[in-house]
Unconditional design. Structure first.
Length: 237
């Protein structure tokens, strides 16, 4: 199976930090999944939540209300373990620099809310092309309109539709959105053999999130699921 390290090797290091991404590079992961948001001054940064409270020593301050310089003053590692004290929020550019010289693939998940920035997608694409890693990147989101925009800007972009609801007539939707979909990323508990079959009949891969139990991973592998987004199911060199 295609293994994606969710927010980096986030079972072993603080999520969405350079430490977690470096750890993923030392593992057998094929790909790093990370979440991207835009700062107040328009810089794509890597963080899951819309605010910094859970994963830093800051309070409930929104990413879109803070500049990169302000965000860089907070500690994003100590909440996980004292050994990671001093970790800073990474920019997407810093992660692209890290993976530029290796084979690691990237699943860039576009995040938004409570506001939807105008130009996050353009900025992400510009950076991906600046570092010439477009052939190793896929773009995913729960917000499929953001993916529609990426696809409009770059017809070669690999698009992964993330789902956290169990849609009726999923493939009627997939067939009609006007995107040449590379993969669907449903929450694992909605996946059925029929769903996998219908995806594969269309040449679409099925990647699921977020699975950390080896027995469950085997179950979905046997079902034909192509990829796994995981915090912990990584082997280290
Ligand atoms: O790529 C989807 C996966 O990351 C699950 O979503 O909330 O962890 O970004 P989330
Ligand atoms: Mg994510």
């Amino acid at each position: 199976m295609f293994i994606m390290a969710h927010r980096g090797a986030s079972g072993f290091a603080p999520e969405n930090t350079m430490a977690a991404f470096k750890k993923a590079l030392e593992s057998d992961a094929d790909c790093i999944e990370l979440d991207v948001r835009l700062t107040k001054d328009g810089v794509p940064v890597v963080i899951h939540d819309s605010h910094i409270k859970r994963t830093s020593n800051g309070g409930k301050q929104f990413i879109h209300d803070l500049t990169l310089a302000e965000l860089k003053t907070y500690d994003f590692g100590a909440w996980f373990s004292p050994e990671y004290t001093g970790e800073r929020i990474p920019t997407l550019e810093e992660v692209l620099q890290l993976i530029q010289s290796c084979e690691m693939q990237l699943n860039i998940e576009i995040k938004n809310g409570p506001i939807i920035p105008d130009d996050l997608e353009e900025k992400v694409l510009d950076l991906v092309y600046k570092y010439n890693v477009n052939h190793r990147v896929m773009y995913s989101s729960f917000d499929h309109m953001r993916l529609q925009k990426i696809y409009a800007l770059d017809r070669t972009a690999k698009i992964g539709l993330v789902f956290h609801i169990n849609l009726i007539n999923l493939f009627s939707y997939v067939d009609r959105i006007g995107i040449d979909v590379f993969s669907i990323h449903p929450n694992y508990f909605y996946i059925t053999s029929d769903m996998v079959q219908q995806a594969h009949n269309r040449g679409i891969k099925v990647n699921t999130y977020t699975l950390d139990d080896p027995a469950w991973a085997k179950k979905y592998k046997d079902m034909g699921v192509d990829g796994l987004i995981t915090n912990r199911l990584l082997n280290f060199n």
